[in-house]
Design a protein around this ligand. Structure first.
Ligand SMILES: *[C@@H]1O[C@H](CO)[C@@H](O)[C@H](O)[C@H]1NC(C)=O
Ligand SMILES: *[C@@H]1O[C@H](CO)[C@@H](O)[C@H](O)[C@H]1NC(C)=O
Ligand SMILES: *[C@@H]1O[C@H](CO)[C@@H](O)[C@H](O)[C@H]1NC(C)=O
Ligand SMILES: *[C@@H]1O[C@H](CO)[C@@H](O)[C@H](O)[C@H]1NC(C)=O
Length: 339
């Protein structure tokens, strides 16, 4: 073998080895939902007699296993909680799926009361389980009509994101976000003047890099401030997002500078504080990056749903618009804000 040939061999072999180890790890840490077939056992008339036997429901939880952002994880957990209530099933995390059960940290910290409603159990017998497969679109509501009469003991819904408020309209989500006394103290310290507070959410950072979302447009953000000043004139405006320096620069050299405008500087790991702030203080919220799930939760948790505004995604280059069903994502009481 020539030196080049040998190097090439070693190189190929290393790649092979890496792929092989990856495959083994994946095998080990990912439960194989694909081994459970989709099948329906609908016995509506019989259903009533089976209440003694607890029935379960779970998701494949792609956002939790992938360590996605808080907004995305919240959508999945509340979607499942809502569906479980509607269907009279107990929501559960699959004990045999370590990449989900070992990744619950963020949710435990944020909405422990919601996580508490889940059981952790194993699907001991695959022939008692069925998998329903949903569309891969992010923001649409999809509940198979047969789910209501399904009699398999374990139902697994394999889908992406579950970003629709329609899954959990039957829950009082705000109650899960009531801050603890210590958390309350922390956010009280952030507020300068607590009456008629209005809020703006923007998103830059990851949204500028992923070739999918579009980050907040500076012009739109400035116009949002004008809108709040004219229409909710008495209180302070708090601006939340992941690039305070960018907002600061935007405010330089113009007359937006004001004692009533506060650019918040919450570290990513404390993002929960922004949700608490909205829950406690925001009388109005403007969502300037229309596909931001975190912005969405800031709006949904805020005090007055009639005063939530969002940018029309169809006015932007945000590619999420191609998989978005607006009526499933934005509550009808919210308003599109165009300038
Ligand atoms: C699994 O469930 C099926 C259907 O109820 C049953 O026939 C089978 O015996 C069970 N298998 C085990 C190992 O319990
Ligand atoms: C922001 O929006 C304005 C007005 O719609 C547009 O002229 C401008 O090009 C946009 N900026 C960016 C960076 O997309
Ligand atoms: C205030 O609200 C009204 C009604 O929605 C709107 O026409 C007006 O443009 C808003 N003001 C600003 C500065 O955007
Ligand atoms: C808050 O807004 C309401 C209605 O616009 C107004 O009547 C009230 O005086 C405001 N409160 C403060 C403290 O500015």
């Amino acid at each position: 073998m020539t030196a080049i040939g040998r190097n090439f061999f070693i190189f190929s072999f290393s790649i092979f080895l890496i792929l092989f180890i990856q495959a083994i790890l994946q095998e080990r840490y990912t439960y194989k939902y694909s081994k459970i077939p989709t099948r329906f056992k609908c016995e509506p008339q019989k259903n009533h007699y089976h209440h003694h036997e607890e029935k379960y429901i779970t998701l494949t939880f792609k956002t939790i296993r992938g360590g996605a952002g808080l907004g995305n994880q919240l959508f999945e957990i509340f979607a499942l909680l809502g569906m479980a209530r509607t269907l009279g099933r107990v929501p559960f995390f699959n004990e045999q799926d370590p990449s989900v059960v070992n990744n619950l940290g963020l949710l435990l910290e944020t909405v422990p009361k919601a996580v508490d409603e889940f059981k952790i159990l194993a699907i001991t017998n695959r022939s008692l389980a069925t998998v329903y497969r949903n569309s891969p679109a992010c923001c649409m509501f999809e509940m198979h009509p047969l789910l209501k009469c399904e009699t398999y003991q374990y139902v697994i819904i394999d889908g992406f994101n579950f970003q629709s408020f329609k899954y959990f309209e039957n829950l009082k989500i705000r109650d899960f976000f009531t801050p603890s006394p210590e958390q309350k103290l922390k956010i009280d310290r952030k507020i300068k003047e607590s009456s008629n507070t209005t809020c703006i959410h923007y998103q830059r950072g990851d949204f500028l890099l992923d070739n999918l979302h579009e980050g907040t447009n500076g012009t739109y953000l400035k116009k949002s401030i004008e809108f709040l000043r004219e229409n909710y004139s008495t209180g302070s405006i708090y601006i939340f997002g992941n690039d305070p320096k960018w907002v600061q620069d935007l405010m330089e050299n113009n007359d937006y500078k004001s004692e009533k405008i506060h650019i918040m500087n919450t570290p990513m790991k404390n993002a929960l504080e922004d949700l608490h702030f909205s829950h406690q203080f925001c009388e109005s919220v403007i969502i300037t990056a229309p596909s931001s799930t975190f912005g969405w939760f800031m709006g949904y948790l805020s005090k007055n749903q009639r005063n939530v505004y969002y940018r029309d995604i169809y006015d932007t280059m945000d590619l999420v618009k191609h998989q978005m069903i607006s009526a499933d994502f934005y509550p009808p009481i919210w308003k599109i804000l165009k300038f």
